[in-house]
Design a binder for this molecule. Structure first.
Ligand SMILES: Nc1ncnc2c1ncn2[C@@H]1O[C@H](COP(=O)(O)OP(=O)(O)OP(=O)(O)O)[C@@H](O)[C@H]1O
Ligand SMILES: [Mg+2]
Length: 242
């Protein structure tokens, strides 16, 4: 069985090469694994997810469910994944919640009526069934996050790339999301700053630091230790400036 996601020596440069957002990242996620992607602001988490979704130019190789990502395979690769952007507004396309969520199936060839029926079910599961006929732009941030999630999960893709899925959710919403993710067979790479959520959902913790993997462990205390070291270094830096 092929791995769900493989990065092999992947680098990404922004602004014509002046910003190295990823530096030779190699990482394998086996089928069924749920991996938390952690690290400070600007460490490259969103860039790593976006590269696998075919949204960025990169050097090196990326494989999704055995399919090598290239211009020619971009579409086929995207059909294998559910992607949640950090800013949910970036993936809301329609003026009606139900249509918006159903579209993720319609674009895969599912008939409109059937897509809408399944969309209604997932909205109810996510606790936002009553919002089906609302405009996504009239919802709260957390509600929009749930709409975007519903779209990502609806087609039951084998790989989920989730960028800060718990960021706008209240404690009840976080638990509901964790329980929902528990029910998914999909492999997952989840960028998050929320260690408690990561521990609840994932069993492997990868830390990015300035575009490179510096930790890859099944032990979440490795993340807590890393964060303590970074906080202490920031305090010392501040004290040196004062
Ligand atoms: N479109 C862009 N143009 C130029 N530089 C960018 C762009 N997007 C990201 N970067 C830079 O690439 C690096 C990695 O950014 P990225 O968004 O991947 O970090 P992140 O780990 O997701 O951060 P956060 O925790 O804040 O979401 C940062 O230095 C950032 O400034
Ligand atoms: Mg990010």
């Amino acid at each position: 069985m092929s791995d769900a996601l493989v990065y092999c020596d992947v680098s990404v440069f922004y602004r014509g090469g002046s910003v190295a957002a990823l530096r030779g990242v190699s990482l394998k996620i086996a089928q069924g694994e749920r991996v938390a992607l952690m690290g400070l602001n600007g460490s490259g988490k969103t860039t790593l997810l976006s590269a696998a979704a075919g949204l960025l130019r990169f050097t090196g190789k990326i494989q999704v469910c055995g399919l090598a990502l290239s211009r020619a395979t971009e579409r086929a690769v995207r059909d294998k994944l559910g992607f949640l952007f950090g800013v949910p507004d970036h993936q809301i396309l329609f003026p009606n919640v139900l249509d918006d969520v159903a579209f993720s199936l319609e674009r895969r060839g599912v008939q409109r009526a059937c897509a809408r029926e399944r969309a209604a079910v997932i909205l109810a599961t996510l606790g936002i069934g009553a919002l089906a006929q609302c405009s996504p732009h009239h919802l709260s941030q957390g509600q929009r996050q749930r709409v975007a999630l519903a779209g990502a999960l609806l087609s039951e893709p084998p790989l989920l790339l989730l960028d800060e899925p718990s960021a706008s959710l209240d404690p009840v919403g976080k638990e509901e999301l964790a329980a929902l993710l528990d029910q998914q067979a999909a492999s997952m790479l989840i960028a998050t700053h929320d260690l408690a959520f990561a521990v609840r959902v994932c069993h492997r913790f990868v830390i990015l630091d300035r575009g490179a993997v510096v930790e890859d462990s099944s032990d979440p205390t490795a993340v807590a230790r890393y964060e303590s070291v970074k906080i202490a270094a920031a305090k010392k830096h501040q004290a040196d400036l004062d």
